[in-house]
Ligand binder design. Structure first.
Ligand code: FNR
Length: 384
């Protein structure tokens, strides 16, 4: 992030603008209407998405002066591990829609920038290929959770992820039905999706239809979508099954209430992502940032709290951390980078966001991301 600052001092112009507000427009120029619709898409009248973004503007950072400090310490510790920065790349499905490099390009950028990469179950590249691209990076696996009748597929996905070095399991809970982007997923893109590389799914398909997946990609795509978005939910009692089949940290993604956060803690998982899926699932929802403080107050001592939905710039990262998160997931912005310039574009977005974040803390007199320095005392609620 220092690199961005130094380049700026030298007056070096980057190939892509540092202005985070312009990435969306640049990505739009690169993409077809359908592909852009997939990343931009939000549920219904986009109320939840709007609320997510407006919520950040209801808080202002109050800076302190004459604080003796070097560049702020951005390291954060979760699950007993220290990460260089308090951001990670959110799971985003079928990334080949945005760039031929897809998930492998994003995972390479993640390793280069020392930012954890969360691979989606709906990936367009296999668990193993993404692990290879990510090299020595920190990688986590996001599960779209098949129903109990398909537990053998779940176990297969988890054991492959474990074997390929994914350390944290992120279980997404807000997509029993896949809302916003169904119309934008094309069979060609999903044809290489992760489900098709899973040996258990392939065997089950062949047993049922008497032919391999390659001979009927359309049916395979539909059935895979039903497997991971079954339209019926699991219950809290099912979490035990995941704990029996995953020996690392488990994080529940999509939590929006104190009651659910407490249940997560009671179940013995290690973390939650306070998220509404970037407003892509349920419309008319409260901003994810608006529920963060009460959830952090209730379970911050029992669970690692990760936040996403609506983060667009360095100040947004600072606000989410000040309100109780230990890590923030970046969703659409890195996908804009991927669409603009593949791996390089993703690196640029990550560097820019971290540079902006670093500068925000430094100029606010906040010397580290620990709750000792970055907490609610640096924010003031603004009624607008
Ligand atoms: C997503 N998201 C998502 N989440 C998940 O758990 N599994 C997935 O496969 C996907 N796929 C996906 C595709 C696209 C195109 C987008 C934009 C998002 C949600 C993602 O992880 C994250 O919660 C949101 O993107 C955060 O909101 P912002 O930062 O995009 O506003």
């Amino acid at each position: 992030e220092n690199e961005v600052y130094q380049a700026g001092l030298k007056g070096e112009k980057p190939p892509i603008t540092f202005n985070c507000l312009e990435w969306e427009g640049l990505a739009k120029e690169q993409l077809s209407a359908d592909s852009y619709g997939y990343v931009w898409g939000s549920a219904g009248a986009r109320e939840t998405d709007d609320n997510n973004k407006k919520a950040f503007k209801k808080w202002g950072i109050v800076p302190s002066r004459l604080v003796k400090s070097d560049f702020p310490d951005l390291r954060t510790t979760l699950f007993g591990e220290t990460f260089d920065y308090p951001i990670a790349m959110a799971p985003v499905g079928v990334q080949r829609i945005f760039h031929p490099g897809g998930e492998t390009a994003s995972a390479k950028a993640a390793e280069q920038e020392h930012v954890p990469y969360i691979l989606s179950t709906a990936s367009a590249a296999s668990i193993e290929d993404v692990a290879k691209a990510n090299g020595n990076g920190s990688r986590w696996y996001q599960l779209y959770w098949p129903l109990n009748e398909n537990n053998d597929i779940t176990v297969s996905l988890l054991s492959r992820a474990k074997a390929a070095g994914y350390k944290v399991l992120v279980v997404t809970l807000d997509t029993d039905l896949n809302n916003a982007y169904n119309p934008f997923i094309r069979p060609d893109d999903i044809g290489v999706a992760l489900g098709f590389s899973d040996p258990v799914y392939r065997r089950k398909f062949e047993e049922k239809h008497g032919k391999p997946i390659e001979e009927d990609m359309g049916t395979a795509a539909t059935e895979w979508a039903h497997t991971v978005f079954p339209g019926v939910s699991h219950g809290w009692e099912d979490i035990k099954f995941l704990q029996e089949h995953w020996d690392g940290p488990i994080v529940l993604k999509g939590i929006q209430t104190v009651a659910d956060a407490k249940r997560a803690a009671e179940c013995g998982v290690q973390g939650i992502v306070v998220s509404n899926h970037g407003g892509r699932q349920q419309d008319g929802g409260i901003a994810s940032l608006d529920v963060l403080p009460e959830i952090a107050d209730a379970v911050g001592h029992d669970l690692e709290i990760i936040f996403d939905s609506g983060v667009r710039c360095g100040a947004d990262i600072a606000k989410a951390l000040a309100l109780g998160a230990k890590m923030v997931l970046i969703g659409r912005p890195y996908i804009y980078g991927l669409a603009i310039q593949g791996e390089h574009g993703v690196r640029h977005v990550l560097k820019s966001l971290l540079g902006d974040f670093n500068l925000t803390l430094h100029l606010s007199g906040i010397s580290s991301v620990s709750a000792k320095h970055l907490n609610r005392s640096v924010l003031r609620r603004i009624d607008n």
